[in-house]
Design a protein around this ligand. Structure first.
Ligand code: SF4
Length: 366
């Protein structure tokens, strides 16, 4: 793991940063090969019982949604999105969507149905779960995520007061001991400094994480950050490189919004294996979707899945096996209840109609 002095050097001048990128790129190719995944969080609802994170759009939504029940997405729409992700060769980054929206039983059911549709166990990002809850989700869940957001303690007290780090750490340690893969999310640009990168590395080491998602701040209107600039591309690349150099085997997902697409290439050179945070249905097949593909190509990487192939989107042709992450990577098959299979069958006509609606929406944009 990089020392505090090495982290400080990495951010001290462009020569050190370029050297870090060169080493991180070589390490990534050695440990992970050249494949890059397209990732998408599947949102379950617009409700969140925490609703106090200073950067979060959903914290604002809660005032409008009124109650958890009304804020839930229709299950067939979630499943239609899962169906399209599988068709397009995208990864379900995790099931997400605020805390406290679903009962454990509802969560188990939707996680199992999504896992059946994508033919693979899924990750969750739904807050802190206890051991008994995790045990009940085991058949459909491969990994769990802690929304750390930032590691600077003083900043955490102000901007994520409802998500105390000790509870997240206990949850991830426990999940790891139970055999689940574990990961965290962080957001760059919240007011942290480059020196906080060392604390981030220490946290990854302490929790022995399998995966990290490093988002760039997307300043949402109506939040504390609406007039804040997103973080510099080279700062995000520096943090990714520090993580890659310290943990060669970890999966790194880099998150950039549609107005930050040129950051993708350098994030990949810095060590990202996956990219996320795209509005799939408004970008697919457009110049923005193709721009993502170009960024990956010019970084010397091979993109799994597609951001532009309309025939694959329509279901007229299957994705080539060598571009399908479900063929390229080993998957653990879900184990689900009979009730889940029956429920999925029951929803099937509505899922098909929702798939058609999403496809038509994309085609209208192209
Ligand atoms: S816990 Fe997640 S969904 Fe809820 S307010 Fe915070 S960031 Fe938003």
């Amino acid at each position: 793991m990089l020392t505090r002095k090495e982290v400080s050097q990495l951010f001290s001048d462009s020569e050190h940063l370029l050297e870090a990128l060169r080493e991180a790129n070589a390490l990534t190719l050695k440990h992970h090969g050249s494949c890059v995944t397209l990732e998408r969080a599947l949102f379950l609802s617009w409700w969140c019982s925490v609703a106090s994170c200073a950067f979060c759009y959903m914290a604002k939504q809660r005032e409008r949604q009124g109650n958890a029940e009304r804020a839930k997405r229709a299950p067939w729409r979630i499943l239609a999105e899962a169906e399209l992700l599988r068709r397009l060769g995208w990864e379900v980054e995790y099931l997400s969507g605020g805390y406290g929206a679903y009962s454990l039983e509802e969560l188990r059911l939707i996680a199992e149905m999504v896992a059946l549709v994508v033919r693979s166990r899924v990750w969750l990002n739904v807050g802190v779960l206890g051991a008994e809850e995790l045990e009940q989700l085991r058949g459909a869940v491969e990994g769990v995520t802690g929304s750390v957001e930032c590691v600077n303690e003083e900043l955490r007290r102000r901007i994520v007061p409802g998500k105390p780090l000790p509870a997240i750490k206990r949850f991830l340690e426990n999940a790891g001991e139970m055999g689940f893969a574990t990961g965290i999310t962080v957001i760059l640009g919240l007011g942290e400094s480059t020196a906080d990168t060392s604390a981030l590395l220490e946290l990854i080491a302490e929790l022995e994480l399998d995966r990290i998602t490093i988002y760039a701040l997307n300043p949402h209107r109506g939040t504390h950050y609406e007039n804040s600039p997103p973080p510099a591309s080279l700062y995000q690349a520096g943090v990714i490189a520090a993580v890659r150099l310290s943990f060669p085997g970890i999966k790194i997902i880099s998150g950039t919004w549609v107005d930050q697409l040129p950051n993708i290439g350098v994030a990949l050179l810095a060590g990202a294996n996956g990219i996320t945070k795209f509005p799939l249905f408004s970008m697919f097949g457009t110049r923005h979707g193709r721009k993502v593909e170009e960024e990956v190509r010019h970084a010397g990487r091979e993109l799994l899945g597609t951001f532009s192939d309309l025939e694959v989107l329509r279901g007229g042709r299957a994705l080539e096996p060598e571009r399908d992450p479900r063929r390229v990577f080993r998957r653990s098959r879900p184990e689900v209840s009979r009730e889940t299979v029956a429920k999925l069958k029951h929803f099937r006509p509505r899922i098909e109609r929702a798939v058609e609606e999403y496809v038509e929406k994309v085609l209208r944009n192209c």
